[in-house]
Design a protein around this ligand. Structure first.
Ligand code: NAP
Ligand code: ZN
Ligand code: ZN
Length: 352
């Protein structure tokens, strides 16, 4: 494959784990036959962006451009593109490519493909260089990894569905969350607030666990039937052994055993949070009552489209706070203090 020629686009990047993000110019490939070129209108700010920018998972390639909750407008399509036209509003999430041939790819589970390419932190095959994410004015993505955005949703408020949305939707669908179940969501951040909305939409009895007393009222407005302050032992004890399913969306070290003890027999705790350090797991909370601990990673392309369509039908979007691109460093600091309601979204028009 010959290397496509490139064009420049403005972006925000970081050069080391301790540096701030700042304005830069990056190269994108010009669209090849199967590519869609997208002018980025909005990009959500996921806690994974922060983990990655600061090399907390030890695989960051610098200079790094984070961002994988991308909504934009199609500005050009390659000659072979069938699904999209110039002018349409589209989305791009955490994946921009995969091998397309393995059993996972063939069953729409591209997130488990060993040859998948992440939107940032992966390797762009066409240019043989690290992928650069959505904190940028434009991106070029192969059409199979571009998603349709429901026309009735506010595009800025829909952007975080591309990661926070699918990451909470997918495990709840996989483990069949529904009516008659008591479901816990741990942490009211970007993922957690979407977890609350989906669990409610699926008909479960929803309980939010939070460390932040000031989020109690918001959690109820977002759809939680009950809110437990996890720092209050009496409140935790009142729910012990009563949950069918718990989604843990915490970004930092915390006591996971306290949540395993909230499950009833055969209950399942799904970890979607990806803290920097390993979480110690005690044996007894798992042994007693035959409880399970599992994990889940975003979702495949077909399920991401299904989730977007579901959100369109049920009018579900994220609660967002819009920021300018140059406020990103401050936004990261606020995210670390759990001070986000409930997802920052960058207005890319501010990147000039
Ligand atoms: P976020 O918006 O920062 O939310 C994290 C929430 O965790 C906070 O709002 C806070 O909720 C709680 N929290 C933070 N520090 C805590 C601590 N020390 N102890 C207890 N609770 C704490 O982050 P996010 O964007 O939702 O992402 C959450 C995690 O999921 C990150 O690690 C991210 O990398 C990961 N992630 C995983 C996937 C996947 O595919 N599995 C996809 C996307 C993101 P309260 O204030 O309510 O306590
Ligand atoms: Zn994410
Ligand atoms: Zn594959």
């Amino acid at each position: 494959m010959s290397k496509p020629v490139c064009y420049s686009t403005k972006a925000f990047s970081t050069v080391s784990a301790t540096a701030s993000l700042g304005a830069t110019s990056i190269e994108r490939r010009t669209p090849t036959a199967g590519d869609v070129q997208i002018q980025i209108l909005y990009c959500g700010v996921c806690h994974s962006d922060l983990h990655y920018a600061r090399n907390e998972w030890n695989f960051t390639q610098y200079p790094a451009v984070p961002g994988h909750e991308i909504v934009g407008r199609v500005t050009a399509v390659g000659s072979g593109v069938k699904k999209f036209k110039v002018g349409e509003t589209v989305g791009v999430g955490c994946l921009v490519d995969s091998c397309r041939t393995c059993p996972d790819c063939r069953s729409g589970l591209e997130q488990f493909c060993t040859g998948m390419t992440m939107t940032y932190g992966g390797m762009e095959k066409q240019l043989n260089r690290p992928t650069l994410g959505g904190y940028a004015q434009s991106i070029v993505v192969t059409e199979e990894f571009v998603l349709r955005m429901p026309a009735n949703l506010n595009p800025a408020a829909a952007a975080p569905l591309l990661c926070a949305g699918i990451t909470t939707y997918s495990p709840m669908r996989h483990w069949k969350v529904g009516p008659g179940q008591k479901v816990g969501i741990v942490g009211l951040g970007g993922l957690g607030h979407m977890g609350v909305k989906f669990a409610r939409a699926f008909g479960a009895h929803v309980v939010l666990f939070t460390t932040s007393p000031k989020k109690v009222e918001d959690a109820k407005r977002l759809g939680a039937h009950e809110v437990v302050l996890s720092t209050d032992d009496a409140q935790m004890a009142a729910h012990a052994g009563s949950f069918d399913f718990i989604l843990d969306a915490v970004s930092a070290s915390h006591d996971i055993n306290a949540y395993l003890n909230q499950l009833k027999h055969d209950g399942n705790l799904v970890l979607v949070g990806a803290p920097e350090k390993p979480l110690p797991v005690a044996a007894f909370p798992l042994l007693f009552r035959r409880r399970s601990l599992s994990g889940s990673l975003i979702g495949g392309l077909p399920e991401t489209q299904e989730m977007l369509d579901f959100c369109g039908q049920h009018n579900i979007t994220c609660d967002i706070e819009m920021i300018r691109m140059d406020q990103i460093n401050e936004a990261y600091e606020r995210m670390l203090k759990s001070d986000v309601k409930y997802r920052f979204v960058i207005d890319m028009a501010s990147l000039v």
